[in-house]
Design a protein around this ligand. Structure first.
Ligand SMILES: *Cc1c(COP(=O)(O)O)cnc(C)c1O
Length: 338
């Protein structure tokens, strides 16, 4: 048995999800005629109390479409230095939107309102026009850290005061919502746009949604087509998303519990220098000089446990739908014996 903690993207659809996919009603979505996609978009928009949503192929696409919609060439975006939109989207901010980025050094991926306010460029011909702030919740490189919602509101107020758009990369927003006992509507009220991944901890094979106001989503739909992301009978994928929204949100508590149990075992090892606080489903730890991250990942792999070296000395494990209680017990046993 291989236990795969490399990412929460490795999940395979369950029987129930596959059945929902097989029996989905579909049509041509570029014509707006796919009932399953229409239903998914309507459902998630209602969940977040936002006007509309757009089903896309990936979280990179939803983020990049949002950035394209919110900015003009030459504008500047504010985000944390570890943000997915900057680090892991192939330089898409410059490639797609001809925008520059002001990177802030946050606390485990979380920036604060004072930092944001200080990073806004003055109205000066020398300076790029600051137009957008992007947050990531939970923060991937922050070890699944969650924002304090009061801080998000403060940053939202700074955006309003300075006429900036406010985008949330919510690839794992449901992990934050479950961990902090929040509601999707809080987020819908606060952000101009939200990207939500179905293919991460919600267990879908493909798909992300972009949420926002009607006119924003209308523009986003046009950009999606230009990016080559207009899909046809993709309702089979949307049906997986509807199933996930109905069945796979509450259970995230289990993933969080499993992550903290594994983290407890890792913490006790004397070759572990530091472990980031485990708030959701991600475990990140730093090794001392006894192992490089690559060596440690190889050592776990010998025991059929897959993990990921995110830097030369940091390893990441991500818990997800396909990690059972038995797998967690086995992993803890393996770690204890290392
Ligand atoms: C995975 C992820 C995305 C989107 O990635 P895709 O693989 O393009 O779906 C965006 N933001 C964060 C924080 C992520 O972890």
């Amino acid at each position: 048995m291989v236990i795969d903690f490399r990412s929460d993207t490795v999940t395979k659809p369950t029987k129930g999800m596959l059945q929902a996919m097989q029996t989905a009603q579909v049509g041509d979505d570029v014509f707006g005629e796919d009932p399953s996609i229409n239903e998914l978009e309507k459902r998630i928009a209602e969940m977040f109390g936002m006007e509309a949503a757009l089903f896309c192929a990936s979280g990179t696409m939803t983020n990049q479409i949002a950035i394209k919609c919110h900015t003009q060439p030459g504008d500047e975006i504010i985000c944390d230095e570890s943000a997915h939109v900057y680090q892991y989207e192939g330089g898409g901010i410059s490639f797609n939107s001809n925008a520059s980025v002001k990177l802030l050094v946050g606390d485990k991926g979380r920036i604060n309102s004072l930092q944001v306010e200080a990073a806004i460029n003055p109205d000066d011909v020398h300076k790029a026009h600051t137009s957008l702030v992007c947050l990531e919740n939970t923060s991937n490189r922050g070890g699944g850290s969650c924002y304090d919602f009061e801080e998000i509101k403060k940053i939202g107020n700074v955006c309003k005061t300075h006429n900036l758009k406010f985008h949330l990369d919510g690839a794992r927003i449901f992990n934050a919502i479950v961990a902090k006992n929040e509601s999707p509507k809080q987020y819908g009220e606060t952000f101009d746009s939200i990207s939500v991944c179905l293919s991460k901890s919600l267990g879908c094979p493909v798909g992300s949604l972009l949420l926002g106001k009607n006119d924003f989503i209308k523009k986003a739909r046009r950009i999606r087509k230009i990016f080559g992301g207009g899909m046809r009978q993709a309702g089979f994928l949307a049906a997986a998303g509807i199933y996930a929204l109905q069945n796979n949100i509450d259970r995230l508590k289990e993933d969080h519990l499993h992550a903290s149990q594994i983290a407890d075992a890792i913490q006790k090892k004397n070759f572990v220098k530091y472990i980031l606080p485990v708030e959701t489903n991600i475990i990140i730890f730093e090794l001392d000089d006894r192992y490089t991250a690559k060596e440690f990942v190889a050592k776990l792999k010998e025991k059929n446990v897959l993990s990921y070296a995110i830097t030369t000395n940091r390893v990441r494990l991500v818990v997800h739908l396909d990690i059972s209680k038995e797998m967690v017990e086995k992993t803890i046993d393996i770690i204890n014996k290392l």
